[in-house]
Ligand binder design. Structure first.
Ligand code: C5P
Ligand code: MG
Length: 163
């Protein structure tokens, strides 16, 4: 039985550089002219999702679990970060389900629309929900921030006393 609904929200931003590959929602985007400059793989969508989940339980953010200055964070896959966040929340907050999540990625290039389904399926698989529960939209900055990638994610959590 559902005991409470909790909303979460997360955001992440990175500089784009030509020397990095672009990873969005756990999907390697082919033929991108740039990728996020970051200590980890710079997956803004998974970082925003991880923060969204933590914020839904008022649990701080991923910097608390994975300090950017920590050498263990270098080259870390964001899938590992997300899995660790889910494990942490499950062990500290009992049973909960993700009702749905909604994310927006802002990047001028490349077009992400062709990768929407792959991204939704990848996130659904990482969070153990159905792709129909994962909404993802894409926006350009209208040329105002060509070297910037940003993601925002909201999540709705249902907690219950038993599975
Ligand atoms: O930002 P703007 O409203 O001009 O974006 C128009 C459409 O282009 C978006 O609704 C989205 O479907 C698509 N888009 C995309 N990949 C991006 C940015 C926008 O597929 N990187
Ligand atoms: Mg527009």
């Amino acid at each position: 039985m559902i005991s409470s609904l909790r909303i979460g929200f997360g955001e992440d931003s990175h500089r784009l550089v030509s020397t990095r590959r672009l990873v969005i929602g756990g999907v390697d985007i082919p033929n991108s002219p740039h990728g996020a400059e970051a200590v980890s793989d710079g997956d803004v969508l998974l970082h925003a999702l991880a923060d969204s989940l933590l914020s839904s339980f008022a649990e701080g953010d991923i910097g608390d679990l994975f300090p950017p200055c920590d050498s263990n964070s270098i080259g870390l896959s964001s899938k590992t970060i997300l899995a660790a966040v889910l494990k942490y929340l499950r062990s500290n907050h009992g049973y909960f389900t993700i009702n749905n999540l909604a994310g927006t990625v802002t990047i001028d290039k490349p077009k992400l629309g062709p990768h929407r389904l792959a991204i939704r399926e990848q996130i659904a698989s990482l969070t153990n929900i159905n792709p129909s529960q994962v909404g993802v939209t894409f926006k350009t900055s209208e040329g105002l921030s060509p070297d910037h990638v940003q993601a925002r994610v909201s999540v709705l959590i249902a907690t219950s006393t038993e599975p």
